[in-house]
Design a protein around this ligand. Structure first.
Ligand SMILES: Nc1ncnc2c1ncn2[C@@H]1O[C@H](COP(=O)(O)OP(=O)(O)OP(=O)(O)O)[C@@H](O)[C@H]1O
Length: 252
């Protein structure tokens, strides 16, 4: 699903930010990437999103070699990956329904589908009742849930999260991690960059440790590997949601 072969990235002369990194992440895995500040974690995420090009080596995602993707095809490629950041990056002047719906509008989804999909997704992250709220009316944990809903609404096979709990207190951090675990259990491959080693230890997943641009440890726990495609919609039917949330209409 995600394959790096001898990937290096230098921003300038001197020590490369990534130095000959080879890595394989299989479909359905949940992987933490940890390491000191400056060890290359964010560089790795940016390479996976094709925001940066490697200086050397090859990256393959979903069978697609990233260096073969033309510039005008890049947005389409990125839409296949859900991304979540530390600072949420929500649209401040839109309510949370519109924040999530926006991602569907961008790919040309019909209004009818959007009206069906967005409530389901908001329900999955536990925010169906707050669909009219604006980001500033939500707690940090809730805002991150909206960001996760937005990242997943187009059913990507991969979710990348760069310090998703960095701005959250411990309880909210745990809830977000548990949500990511649920998402992974439904078949999505999840890659999480974090400094929160307490959570990493407790979650018992594969942990890749980086130091000065190289992988210094990769502890694989095979029990965390789940196979299958993205199946959020399979596990959460419309009927489930109506049962859970009560039947109510969303505005246009
Ligand atoms: N745009 C850039 N230009 C030059 N050097 C950069 C740039 N971005 C990152 N670096 C350097 O590359 C190295 C790796 O940085 P990176 O941001 O990938 O680390 P990180 O592990 O994500 O750190 P943090 O945990 O602090 O976010 C660092 O030495 C950093 O200074």
């Amino acid at each position: 699903m995600i394959k790096l072969e001898h990937v290096s990235k230098s921003y300038s002369a001197g020590i490369p930010a990534l130095n000959d990194v080879s890595l394989n992440i299989e479909e359905g895995e949940f992987v933490f990437i940890v390491g000191d500040s400056g060890s290359g974690k964010s560089t790795l995420i940016k390479l996976l999103l094709k925001e940066l090009e490697p200086t050397e080596g090859t990256i393959t995602i979903n069978g697609q070699k990233l260096n073969k993707i033309r510039r005008r095809q890049t947005p389409k490629f990125r839409r296949k990956i859900g991304v979540v950041f530390q600072d949420f990056r929500l649209l401040k002047d839109r309510n949370i329904y519109d924040n999530v719906a926006f991602a569907q509008k961008v790919i040309g989804e019909s209004t009818r589908s959007i009206k069906k999909n967005v409530p389901l997704m908001l329900s999955m992250v536990g925010l169906a009742a707050k669909y009219r709220s604006y980001p500033k009316q939500l707690s940090g944990g809730e805002q991150q849930r909206v960001a996760i809903a937005r990242a997943l609404i187009n059913k990507p096979k991969i979710l990348l999260a760069d310090e998703p709990t960095g701005n959250l207190d411990n309880n909210n951090a745990w809830e977000i991690m548990k949500l990511m675990e649920e998402i992974n259990n439904n078949g999505t491959t999840v890659v999480v960059v974090t400094h929160n080693l307490e959570i990493v230890k407790a979650m018992n997943k594969r942990v890749i440790t980086m130091q000065k641009g190289v992988i210094v440890d990769d502890s694989d726990t095979a029990s965390s590997i789940v196979t299958g495609d993205n199946a959020i919609s399979r596990s959460l039917t419309e009927r489930d949601v109506l049962k859970r949330e009560g039947d109510y209409d969303y505005e246009d």
